[in-house]
Design a binder for this molecule. Structure first.
Ligand SMILES: O=C(O)C1=C[C@@H](OP(=O)(O)O)[C@@H](O)[C@H](O)C1
Ligand SMILES: C=C(OP(=O)(O)O)C(=O)O
Length: 452
């Protein structure tokens, strides 16, 4: 049993080193593996924020321990939240969160790393606390969109001063003047996290929250549904307009809760895709019967691309290659897009991924990164403002950059499984959400015959 320090885990609480090249395992025959992937980042960081705002302690079983969740735990500890972790015999971690009698008002300094869920979800928590807090993160975090959520906090009476560019990290907020306001309108075209961030604290704001998305597209809408479902599951009264663009939350008490976090189905993606890439079979343990995770869509995506998919009574989702790997036209893949694009690169026909313009504001500009890196192995990729057209060609070895982006790193590993001689830069960047990735991937690859 241990208690989180304010700085979090020293291994995970720092930017990733670059320039380290990882030879991706390459296989000659199909893999045949059953894998346990770590818990969901998105669910873990939602439960942690909500537990810190509850009126009594909460127990979160199967908490993800990764860089993004360590940063969230460290942020909560700064506000005086009690954190007690216990490693379970099965290797999972249970975290008991004891809310602070009164959240610390600072001045505090919060490191967001490159975690969207920390840089967007924690400022509204600081607002509820009435705190003075300085926020900063990794170099690339300073390029990620923040303005819509900060504009909303300013409308709620929070004063914000920016050290560099207006509307971006780093900034200092002073929430001593927080006040109840009428409807807040927010532009969610560059990230769903702006909406989720406010919904997560809505019950704790004076007067509750009435929120509407501004006209225009809403990024990653599945993640907003996840937030709404999570709030409902924990007893928060929330109403959603019929057009799914308006939300209302009454102020009220959130009682402590006990939950078990689902496996991360987005991070299951590269493993499931490996079944098709190697013409083998992969199962993921503890696949939930129903889920709010966007990764639940792997079932329909991989089936459409030619896989046989079966969810067994043992809870294992098995994906088996039929030998066919078709291209796909797919909209709103959200955070699944880098893995999906790498799989499309190995398909026998072209693919088009649409509705992913906001991925230009993710860990890196993912559309540009995929165009460049897939191009290096011989795939023709055309990126538009919000889509990728992927036309496979004869494939060859390359060194692939990961841009400190965990999903670019795992996409490179997937290419390497099928293409001889791929090296991936800085595979350790997968620690953002899955520190076990290199080991789990090597174990899976070892179930096939190594090539060469
Ligand atoms: O709320 C969340 O947990 C997330 C929302 C999405 O962000 P965007 O809406 O910025 O795409 C997703 O891509 C990210 O990985 C996690
Ligand atoms: C976009 C992602 O992360 P973040 O939570 O940092 O936005 C992601 O994990 O693909």
């Amino acid at each position: 049993m241990s208690t989180a320090s304010a700085s979090g885990n020293s291994q995970l609480d720092r930017p990733n080193d670059e320039g380290d090249w990882w030879p991706a395992p390459h296989v000659a025959t199909g893999v045949d593996a059953i894998v346990s992937v770590p818990a969901s980042k998105s669910l873990t960081n939602r439960y942690l924020i909500l537990a810190a705002l509850a009126s009594s302690p909460s127990t979160i079983h199967n908490t993800l321990i990764s860089r993004d969740t360590e940063l969230m735990l460290a942020a909560l500890a700064s506000f005086g939240t009690g954190i007690e972790r216990t490693e379970q015999p099965d290797g999972s971690t249970t975290v008991v969160i004891t809310p602070a009698a009164a959240l610390e008002r600072g001045p505090l300094e919060i490191n967001c790393g490159l975690a969207g869920t920390v840089m967007r979800f924690v400022p509204p928590l600081a607002a509820v606390a009435g705190a003075t807090v300085s926020f900063d993160g990794d170099p690339h975090a300073r390029l990620r969109p923040m303005a819509p959520v900060l504009d909303a906090l300013q409308a709620l009476g929070v004063a914000i001063s920016f050290t560099g560019e207006q509307g971006m990290l780093p900034f200092t907020m002073d929430a001593s003047g927080l006040k109840p306001v009428g409807p807040v309108v927010i532009d969610a075209s560059s990230s769903s996290q702006f909406i989720s961030a406010l919904l997560l604290v809505g019950h704790a704001l004076p007067g509750g929250l009435e929120l509407r998305a501004a006209d225009g597209p809403i990024a990653s809408p599945d993640h907003i549904m996840m937030t709404v479902q999570t709030l409902r599951e924990l007893g928060v009264q929330i109403t959603v307009d019929d057009d799914q663009r308006g939300w209302r939350i009454q102020p009220g008490e959130l009682r402590g809760f006990t939950v078990t976090v689902e496996p991360d189905l987005s991070n299951a993606g590269p493993f499931l895709a490996a079944a098709l890439a190697s013409k083998g079979s992969v199962g993921i343990r503890f696949w939930p019967a129903t889920t709010t995770q966007v990764g639940g869509k792997w079932v329909q995506i991989l089936t459409a691309m030619g896989a046989e998919v079966h969810h067994g009574a043992d809870g294992v989702l098995r994906v088996r290659s039929t030998g066919e790997l078709r291209g796909i036209d797919y909209a709103d893949a959200s955070e699944l897009a880098p893995t999906l694009a790498a799989l499309c690169a190995l398909a026998d026909s072209p693919s088009t991924l649409t509705g992913i313009g906001h991925l230009r504001g993710h860990e890196t500009d993912r559309l540009a990164a995929l165009e460049t890196e897939l191009g290096k192995v011989g795939v023709k990729v055309t990126a538009t403002e919000d889509s990728l057209q992927i036309t496979p060609g004869p494939l060859h070895a390359a060194d692939l950059h990961s841009y400190a982006d965990h999903r670019m790193a795992t996409a490179g590993a997937l290419l390497g499984l099928a293409i001889d001689g791929i090296r991936v830069e800085n595979i350790a960047t997968t620690a953002k959400t899955m520190p076990q990735f290199p080991q789990l991937w090597a174990d899976m690859a070892a179930t096939a015959q190594a090539a060469g």
